[in-house]
Design a protein around this ligand. Structure first.
Ligand SMILES: C[S@@+](CC[C@H](N)C(=O)[O-])C[C@H]1O[C@@H](n2cnc3c(N)ncnc32)[C@H](O)[C@@H]1O
Length: 256
């Protein structure tokens, strides 16, 4: 570790200690609670990232989740699959939270409209004022304000492993509805490919206390079959780090 990296690491430990003493709980992704404002308190998280000299996304990856480069990895994989080369004019993201994927998506492409559906108001407000995205009224699993076939890229990252089965599948129908023919649907879920016996053991023994629906598993076959009936074909799947293990990112294309 060079001198700068070592100084940053010391600073991060100090910030954590100071915030801890001040009553702020810097939690890891294995303790996801209802909304991102519960598990990532807006003010404290922003302050901690600033003090560590990191972007909010890098702070979450490196300091809070202990998975440096995790967001970058997924974005790089999606670039390799041609998701951004398609130059999406309209992007819709469900549950962007701190905006760590949103920020990197906007570095890869320049959509004219970027809609978000986010239940945590402080983070939604921050994303609107920082990136000029459009926050849609968000309740349950509805994308009702977005017209049919109007979006080129619909995405959700680290959302469907935190909500109930019904919340996720209701969003799946909506994602297929709003996607334009030829458009992409990208999301990650904790499928059976992420759950070999050793990994299940890791979750059971090192996965923290969990919370309600987190971590939620989702059958891969069901996703593929369901989206097929909705006119969407699976193009690719790849693992992405999450908590003590991983989720699987699925990339679908809406049939033209
Ligand atoms: C684990 S966080 C992931 C945040 C972000 N995508 C990331 O990877 O850093 C889950 C996000 O989904 C949001 N969320 C939870 N339920 C939701 C719902 N029904 N509709 C939209 N967003 C929701 C939470 O507020 C939070 O921002």
């Amino acid at each position: 570790m060079n001198a700068v990296a070592s100084a940053k690491s010391v600073l991060r430990s100090r910030v954590k200690r100071i915030l801890g003493r001040a009553g702020f709980d810097i939690v890891r992704s294995t303790r996801v609670q209802g909304g991102v404002d519960d598990f990532l308190p807006f003010e404290a998280t922003m302050r901690a990232a600033k003090a560590a000299g990191l972007s909010i996304g890098d702070h979450i990856d490196e300091v809070m989740n202990g998975t440096p480069g995790a967001t970058r990895f997924t974005i790089d994989e999606l670039r390799g699959l041609g998701v951004y080369a398609a130059e999406p004019e309209t992007v819709l993201e469900i549950g962007p939270g701190s905006g760590r994927y949103l920020e990197k998506t906007l570095k890869e492409c320049s959509p004219g409209r970027y809609e978000i559906y986010e239940t945590a108001a402080p983070w939604a407000d921050y994303l609107v004022s920082t990136f000029g995205v459009v926050a849609r009224p968000t309740s349950g699993s509805s994308l009702a304000p977005t017209p049919d076939g109007s979006v080129d890229l619909v995405q959700a990252h680290k959302v469907f492993n935190t909500v109930t089965f019904l919340c996720a599948v209701r969003y799946f129908y909506e994602m297929a509805r709003v996607t334009r023919p030829g458009g992409r649907i990208v999301f990650d879920v904790m499928t059976e490919t992420c759950l070999d016996p050793d990994t299940v053991h890791a979750w059971a023994t090192k996965g923290g206390s969990g919370h309600d629906s987190y971590p939620a598993a989702m059958p891969r076959r069901m996703c593929v079959d369901l989206f097929e009936t909705l006119g969407c074909t699976l193009e690719a799947g790849f693992p992405a780090p999450m908590g003590v293990a991983s989720t699987e990112v699925l990339v679908f294309r809406k049939n033209a």
